[in-house]
Write a protein of this length. Structure first.
Ligand code: SF4
Length: 309
């Protein structure tokens, strides 16, 4: 058995409590490879909606069409809807693009001879009210006097494998649970506490000792070990407990990202088992041939597609 039964606990830390976009939890009983698989699945496979095509009707501003288009693609859009098809798998239009798989956002702005204007994400008007910019105040560009910008932006579901603009997270990572051992009787200077970038330690001036104030804030940087006397403090990472941290860019609720990634991991694993069993059966039925190898042309987000050679 690779790992014991996993236990996942929410981590009540101050910034995660106050910011609904951040999720921090501890996984115990799993190997680091599992946490890394979860991290990579979140980054590469959890689909979100982003602008992927722009029809520029008129642009006499100082910005090139390509610059504006690139900026539009990076605006996080609400993706918490489940009835918009993947364009490549849309059975209504066969992947050509239709209202069942794409959403169009229009932008129309112009200035007169004496005004200038900052165009913001809130100026994008969607034809489906559920797909809107998560933040209204994202600046796209500045228009000078007597300029006009008219465009249609087509948004669709995609994932991080296609382009980073479809990644659902602003940041994601994991680390081992820190353990800090302070040798009894050791004397410390205040510099040890000041060296810590995460405010983990407290200084007791009277006894010239240190205490652990916030263990979970420790990022295992070892600065305190460098500054303290030799062997006075020992910091290690416990590989059986993993602290997992992610921050959504707003396209999806942060809990949904982890749930969706877990479902995709299960689907990929089932897909692999099915393909592997088929390969074993083929090899058993044709003992004089070389063992067949199942090749995944691509690992689909849905469906059970795989091909054999
Ligand atoms: S290892 Fe780094 S973060 Fe952890 S207590 Fe020491 S200085 Fe602070």
């Amino acid at each position: 058995m690779i790992c014991s039964i996993m236990d996942v606990r929410n981590l009540p830390v101050s910034n995660a409590e106050s910011n609904p976009n951040i999720l921090k939890f501890i996984i115990t009983g799993a190997i680091p490879a599992f946490a890394n698989a979860l991290r990579r699945t979140i980054m590469s496979y959890v689909p979100t909606i982003a602008i992927d095509e722009v029809i520029m009707v008129e642009n006499n501003t100082a910005m090139f069409d390509e610059y504006i288009t690139h900026r539009l693609g990076l605006i996080p859009l609400n993706s918490d809807i489940d009835d918009l098809n993947l364009q490549s798998e849309c059975d209504v239009c066969d992947g050509a693009g239709c209202t069942s798989c794409t959403v169009t956002l229009t932008l129309t702005q112009e200035t007169d001879l004496s005004t200038s204007l900052i165009i913001k994400s809130s100026d994008l008007i969607p034809d489906d009210h559920r797909v809107y910019p998560i933040v209204d105040e994202i600046p796209i560009m500045k228009m000078g006097p007597d300029q006009r910008l008219i465009l249609e932006a087509v948004a669709r579901f995609g994932n991080g494998r296609e382009h980073a603009k479809w990644q659902p997270t602003a940041s994601i990572g994991f680390q081992y649970m820190p353990t800090i051992e302070i040798r009894p009787g050791s004397k410390f200077s205040k510099k040890v506490v000041e060296a810590c970038p995460r405010d983990v330690l407290d200084y007791d001036e009277k006894n010239q000792s240190i205490n652990i104030k916030d263990l979970l804030a420790c990022n295992l940087c070892m600065e305190c070990v460098e500054v303290a006397e030799e062997n006075a403090i020992e910091v290690k990472g416990d590989s059986t407990q993993i602290i997992f941290l992610l921050e959504t860019n707003g396209a999806l609720p942060v809990e949904n990202i982890v749930t969706k990634a877990s479902e995709i991991l299960v689907e990929m694993t089932e897909n692999f088992i099915e393909g592997f069993q088929e390969a074993v059966e083929l090899a058993e039925n044709e003992p004089n041939t070389m063992k067949r190898v199942v090749t995944f042309e691509r690992i689909p987000m849905t469906g059970k597609e795989y091909e054999t050679e």
